[in-house]
Design a protein around this ligand. Sequence first.
Ligand code: ADP
Ligand code: MG
Length: 592
Amino acid sequence: MINTKKWNPQQILKHYYGYDQFRKGQREIIESLLKKNDTLAIMPTGSGKSLCFQIPALLFEGKSIVISPLISLMKDQVDNLKSMDINATYINSSLTTEEIQERTNAFISGDCKILYIAPERLNTFYFLEGLSTVGIEQVAVDEAHCVSQWGHDFRPSYKLIKNFVSNLKGNPVISAFTATATQAVRQDIKQLLGLNQPQTFDMGLKRSNIYIEVIKGKNKRQFLEGLIDKRTGESGIIYCSTRKTVDELFLYLKKKKIRIGKYHAGMGAERRKEMQEAFILEDIELMVATNAFGMGIDKPNIRYIVHYNMPKTLESYYQEIGRAGRDGEPSQAYLLYSDVDKSIQRFLIEKSELNDERLTIANSKLQDMVNFCHTHECLWKSISLYFGETGEKDCQNCRNCLDENLIEKDITIETQKILSCVYRMQQSYGASTVAKVLKGSKSSKILLNGFERLSTYGIMKQLREKDIRELINFLSAEGYLDVSNGLYPILKLNKKSWEVLKSGKKVMKKTSLIKADHKPNPKLYDELKALRKTISLEENVPPYIVFHDYTLREMSLIKPLTDEELLRIKGIGEKKLKKYGERFLQLIKKHK
Ligand code: ADP
Ligand code: MG
C-alpha cells in the first residue's frame, strides 16, 4: 500500500474510491474524527456511512476496529475494500479458530489497517490478549442503535463495547453510525457506548434519490408485470405481507419466465441462503419476499421496491424502501394499495396475541400507514413528520409532489369502444376475453364463439392486449363498469357506462410522463454488464464489487477511450483502472 499519511481526505476519496465529491455530511464527520472528537452520525441508509470511518482509518497512524452486527455484510465490505487495494480483514463466527488466530496475528503485526469484528467476539481471550500491544486509534461502531433496547434491533453484546474500548491502548476515538435514532436511542448510544462529549451530525431521513408512489385501484399483477417488463436487467424486491402471497406470486411470475427468487421464514436456511446469494450475484434479478428479507444485504444497485401489500407500519415501510438505491442513483418505490390489505393487516394484528396496550399501538400505527396511503401531501414530508422531524420542504420526488407533471388524457373514444364490446358480448364475459376481442385475437375461445363477427372485433388492435386490460381495470376502478363477484368476474354495464355510450360523457385518465431513460446506450450498457458479470464470476465476487451500475452507465454515455478518460468516470480509481481498464476499453472501442 502507498503511504497516504500526508494525504487529505479528498485525495483518498479520489484515489481509492474514484469519487470526486463528498456527499452531504461526510467531510464534516471525517474532519471531526480526524480531530479526535467522539462522533455520532445519523445518516440515512445508502448515504455513505462506511466511508466516514474508512477514510480516517487510512489517515490515522494507528489501526482501526469496526464493530458490525451483520456477519454477511462484513465479508462484503472487506471484499470491497480489498478491491480498492485497501488492506482490511474480518473476524466472526463464520471462520475456524485457526483462521481467527491467523487474522488476529496479521492485524496485530502486519500492515492491515482495518479489522471488522462481530460484537460477540469482543471479549474472547485470544483477541484481547493480542490487542494489548497494538495502538488502536479508532473504534467505529456501525448500526449503533443496536445498543439500545428502544431501537429496532437490540443486540445485548453491543453492551460489551464500552468496557472493551476502555481497556484498549492508545485512547482511540469512537465513531458511532446509525440510520434512524429517536431521541431515546441517541441518549442510549452516547451513554452505553461511553462517547466522550460527542459531536453529533444528523442528516435527516430523506432519501432524495428514491421516488415514492402509492398506487390505488390497479390490478396488482398487471401493474407488476408491466413494471418488470420495462425494467428488465435491473434488480428489484417485491414485498408481500404473507408467506402464502410470496409463494403464489413467485409461481405466477416464474411461469412468465421472469428471473425471480423467493424468500420467507418458512423456507429452510439452506434454501434461503441460496436465494439471497443468487440475488446478490445477479443470477436472478428479482426477489419476492416477506419482510424477513433484506436485513443482511447491502446490495447497492437495487433499483426498485414494490410493496405488493401495504406494510403494517411506516417504520417497516421506511426501512424496506431504504434498501433501494444505496448507490445514490435514481430508484423507485411503489406501494400497491388495496382495502383488502388493510383488513389482512388488521387480522394479523388480532391474531398476534398482543396485550391490550400493544394492540392499541399496533392498530394506531396501522392507521398512520393507511393515512399515508391516502394523503395528498408530500410523501417524504409525511414520513419525516411521522418520525418527529418538522420543517422539511416538499421533496419534488414523490407522486404527490409531481402530480402536476401528470398529463390528463381524454379516453372517451377508447372507453366507448370497450363498453360497446362488453354490450355486444351480452355482458357475459370477463376482462381478459373482452380484451382479446378488442385486440382481434385468433385464439380458439374467440373463434369458437364466433366473436370475430362482432363489429367491435379488432377495433383496438393497435394497443397491446395487456394495455386494453389495464384500461378495463381503470374503468371498473372508476365505476364506468361493474364487475361481478365470484371466481370468474364478469363485466356489466351500469348507469355511468350508458352516460358515456349515449351522451358522450367525457372520460379522462391521468398518465405519467415517461421519466428519464434508464439506459442511455442500451446495447453497449448491456454488453458492459455482461463483461462485469464475467469478471465477477472469475473473481467470485458480486458484480457491484467490480463496478457500480452508475459507472457502467457513465461509460456507455461517455465512451472513454484512454486510461485518463476512464479515471474521470465516477467509481474508477487507480486500482480498478489497473485491474479492469484494458478489458472495458477494448469493449468500448468496438462501439465507436
Ligand atoms: P450506508 O452504510 O450509509 O448505508 P454505504 O457506506 O454502504 O452506505 O454507501 C452506500 C453507497 O454509496 C456505496 O456504494 C458507496 O460506495 C457510495 N458512496 C459513498 N460515498 C460516496 C460519494 N462521496 N460519492 C459517490 N458514492 C458514494
Ligand atoms: Mg452501512
